[in-house]
Design a protein around this ligand. Structure first.
Ligand code: FES
Length: 112
């Protein structure tokens, strides 16, 4: 298990245990944090699991495939933003600063 430090939408920091190889969204939901609705259950279609990942090189994260890039573009997401359902937990991620943004865009879906 790895320890991840998450910044919640209200600014609080919460440390959670995460299983390598599972998605960041699963780690957040398993910790009982409801900040990332994940409406599509990780199918990379809703955009409600948006996070910002700082202090980690994008090249060290799991790849951002075209489907995720398309959703991020529709959300006008910044370059440090990723979809938590598409980012795998790894030791690299454990060294990052992860800000949960999913609910800061209420009602906003990629297809809207
Ligand atoms: S849970 Fe829907 S895009 Fe990640």
């Amino acid at each position: 298990m790895l320890r991840l430090a998450l910044i919640l939408p209200n600014g609080d920091v919460r440390e959670v245990q995460a299983e390598p190889g599972f998605s960041l969204l699963v780690a957040v939901q398993d910790a009982g944090i409801d900040a990332l609705p994940g409406v599509c259950n990780g199918c990379c279609s809703c955009g409600t699991c948006l996070v910002r990942i700082d202090q980690v090189s994008e090249q060290d994260l799991s790849p951002c495939y075209p489907g995720e890039q398309q959703i991020l573009a529709k959300l006008s997401a910044g370059e440090k933003n990723r979809l938590a359902c598409q980012v795998m937990v790894s030791s690299t991620l454990a060294g990052g600063q992860i800000t949960l943004l999913g609910k800061s865009r209420p009602g906003k879906h990629a297809g809207d």
